[in-house]
Design a protein around this ligand. Structure first.
Ligand SMILES: C[S@@+](CC[C@H](N)C(=O)[O-])C[C@H]1O[C@@H](n2cnc3c(N)ncnc32)[C@H](O)[C@@H]1O
Length: 289
């Protein structure tokens, strides 16, 4: 696909940003100077000490996670394709009295746009699905890191991205042995969307955002899935050393309405029924030698 995908997705994210400013609970970051986003709070045990590290946050959106990284002691630069998202991120940083640099660029152009390297690249939670090539993404990450610098990504698990909720039509013969297999009339999950990276994207037209709010004035978006093996291979081929790969049964939003339950302690949602079925997100860490 040509670079049209950037224009399509920029318009989509520009129109989602004001809706997310309403839905992300921005006020709590201003009323509590120590408030962290649920995403960064979840990641903190695996992130390590960020004090005085130079961090670039790729696909930072409206800057709630970026502000949280700043509050953990990092010097943070946020990068995003969407100028409207960045305008909101800059306003939030100003209102919170936080010094954060924001740069408008697509991920693949970030090394050129930023012109420097970092101790940590942080990204995720709906990031790499917007990029056509995971190989190029990993090469971009490597170019942004100092020697010894780290990659931290927690994103949607590629298995989650393949699934659609479906109503079961017929009884499965194995239900006699495994009685928890969903009975006819119940809802289960089917592998309906690509797992492996495809040359052509999936195109969506969604009038509401993942918060369930809308209307999104530019509803068209295009996205790609990348298999877990493809992600790991891309990171290794880019010359990074893998230091961790953890699969989680939870995500910080609701991918299947009515089928997920909030764990208030974690600030994350997991399947209400048998959450052990689903790898919902993953954390991958790697170091540049
Ligand atoms: C789901 S959001 C990231 C979520 C973030 N973790 C949050 O909730 O605040 C995806 C972001 O990726 C940005 N984006 C999409 N494609 C991009 C690209 N090619 N380069 C840079 N940013 C991109 C969008 O503008 C959007 O702000």
């Amino acid at each position: 696909m040509s670079d049209d995908y950037l224009a399509i997705n920029r318009a989509n994210w520009d129109s989602r940003a004001p809706i997310h400013v309403e839905g992300y609970g921005i006020e709590r970051y201003l009323s509590d100077p120590g408030a962290l986003s649920d995403v960064v709070r979840f990641d903190a045990p695996r992130l390590g000490d960020l004090t005085d590290l130079d961090v670039v946050h790729l696909q930072c959106h409206i800057g709630t996670d970026t502000l949280s990284l700043h509050r953990l002691g990092a010097h943070v630069t946020g990068v995003d394709l969407s100028g409207v998202s960045l305008a909101h991120a800059r306003q939030l940083a100003a209102d919170a009295g936080a010094h954060i640099t924001y740069v408008e660029a697509d991920v693949y152009s970030a090394p050129e746009a930023l012109g420097r390297t970092y101790d940590l690249v942080y990204t995720g939670i709906g990031a790499i699905c917007w990029l056509p090539s995971i190989t190029r993404w990993a090469q971009t990450v490597a170019a942004l890191l100092k020697p010894g610098g780290r990659l931290f990504i927690r994103d949607m698990h590629p298995v989650l991205n393949t699934l659609m909720a479906m109503v079961v039509g017929e009884d499965h013969p194995d239900r006699a042995q495994q009685p928890w297999i969903t009975a006819p009339g119940g809802t289960t999950f089917a592998l309906e969307l690509p797992y492996y990276e495809q040359p052509e994207p999936l195109e969506w037209n969604d009038a509401v955002t993942y918060l369930g709010d809308g209307p999104v004035s530019s509803p068209r978006s295009v996205e790609w899935n990348h298999g877990l093996g493809e992600i790991v291979s891309a990171v290794l081929d880019a010359g990074l050393e893998l230091t961790g790969l953890v699969e989680h049964d939870s995500v910080p939003w609701v991918p299947f309405a009515g089928l997920m339950t909030l764990d208030p302690g974690a600030g994350e949602y997991r399947l209400t029924e048998r959450p052990e079925r689903l790898a919902a997100s993953f954390t991958l860490t790697a170091t540049k030698r």
